[in-house]
Design a protein around this ligand. Structure first.
Ligand code: PAF
Length: 273
C-alpha cells in the first residue's frame, strides 16, 4: 500500500493511472462501516484510494474535534488488510491556507435537520469533499447512507457543479444489537450504549408500521418519539430522497431520520424505505 501525504503528489499519481479509481474519504477511526465502503470500492474499481483527514472546518466551536478518536496506526493496518492501493494522509496545512475559498451548502437543504443543529457544518463537509474529489479525480466515490443528509448534499453539488464522479451510496453497517456503527460510539458508557439502542429500535418500529401500511408521517413520528423517550431528541423527520419533508411515506422514495443525544454524544441513524 502506497502512503501519500501531499495533495499534489496524489494528483500527479492519479493523473498518470489509466484505470478506474474508487475513492473512500474518511476521518479515520475506521470501523466495519468504513471497511464495507472499501470492499464495495474494491469490487467496482481497479484502484482504491482511501483518505484519512480529520477535517477541522466541519466541526463547530465547542464540538468534539479535539477528542475525536485518532487511531492512525490501526487505520493503516485496516487499509493494508483491505488491500487499499493508496492511503492519502494529508496534513491540515496541505489542505487549507489562511485565506480560503469555501463551498456554501444550499440555503434550505444545508440548514435543516443536521444543518439546523450544526449550522455551517455542511459548508466544511462540502468544501473538503470538493477538494478531495479534485485531488483524487475518482471514477466512483463511496459514502455511507448513515450520513444521509451529507450524502444527499454531496450528490447535489456533484450534479450542480457538473462534476464527473459517480457517488455511490452504501448501506449502514450495524452492531448485532442494531446500533448503527459510528466512530463516535466509543464515547458511550456501557449504560449509554444500552440507551442508544432506542434509536435503532425507533427506526425498526417505523419500518414495522410502514409494513402494516401505516404511512402517515405524523403518526409514525409520534410513535418513534415515544420509543426514544427519555432521550433528548434533536429531530425525528421523514423526507424524500431529495430531502424534502413529506406527509406520507412513499415506498422507494423515503428516508426516516433520527438524531438524539445519548449522554453528551449526538447519534444519527436512519432507514431508507
Ligand atoms: O463522513 C465523513 O467521515 C466526513 O464527513 C467526510 C465525508 C470524510 C468529510 O470530511
Amino acid at each position: 500500500m502506497k502512503i501519500i501525504t501531499h495533495a499534489l503528489e496524489l494528483k500527479e499519481f492519479t493523473k498518470n493511472i489509466n484505470k478506474t479509481v474508487g475513492f473512500v474519504p474518511t476521518m479515520g477511526a475506521l470501523h466495519e462501516g468504513h471497511i464495507s465502503l472499501i470492499k464495495r470500492a474494491k469490487k467496482e474499481n481497479e484502484i482504491v484510494i482511501v483518505s484519512i483527514f480529520l477535517n477541522p472546518t466541519q466541526f463547530l466551536k465547542g464540538e468534539d474535534l479535539d477528542k475525536y478518536p485518532k487511531k492512525d496506526e490501526a487505520d493503516k493496518k485496516i487499509c493494508e488488510l483491505a488491500n487499499v492501493d493508496v492511503l492519502f494522509f494529508p496534513h491540515a496545512k496541505d489542505m487549507y491556507s489562511d485565506d480560503e475559498a469555501t463551498v456554501l451548502a444550499p440555503k434550505v437543504r444545508g440548514y435543516i435537520l443536521e444543518g439546523a443543529t450544526r449550522p455551517a457544518h455542511f459548508n466544511g463537509v462540502l468544501t473538503v469533499v470538493m477538494k478531495l474529489l479534485n485531488i483524487v479525480s475518482p471514477t466512483n466515490a463511496y459514502f455511507g447512507k448513515k450520513d444521509a443528509q451529507q450524502l444527499a448534499l454531496i450528490s447535489l453539488i456533484v450534479k450542480q457543479f457538473f462534476m464527473s464522479v459517480t457517488i455511490v451510496a452504501v448501506d449502514t453497517m450495524r452492531e448485532k444489537d442494531g446500533l448503527a456503527m459510528s466512530s463516535r460510539n466509543v464515547y458511550l458508557s456501557q449504560e449509554e450504549r444500552k440507551e442508544a439502542l432506542k434509536i435503532s429500535a425507533s427506526l425498526y418500529l417505523a419500518g414495522k408500521m410502514v409494513s402494516k401500511n401505516i404511512l402517515d408521517a405524523q403518526e409514525i413520528i409520534k410513535n418513534m418519539r415515544a420509543t426514544l423517550a427519555p432521550l433528548e431528541i434533536s429531530y425525528v423527520e421523514i423526507v424524500n430522497r431529495d430531502f424534502e419533508k413529506v406527509w406520507h411515506v412513499e415506498i422507494g422514495n423515503t428516508i426516516i431520520l433520527v438524531e438524539a443525544k445519548v449522554g453528551t454524544t449526538r447519534l444519527l441513524d436512519n432507514i431508507w424505505l
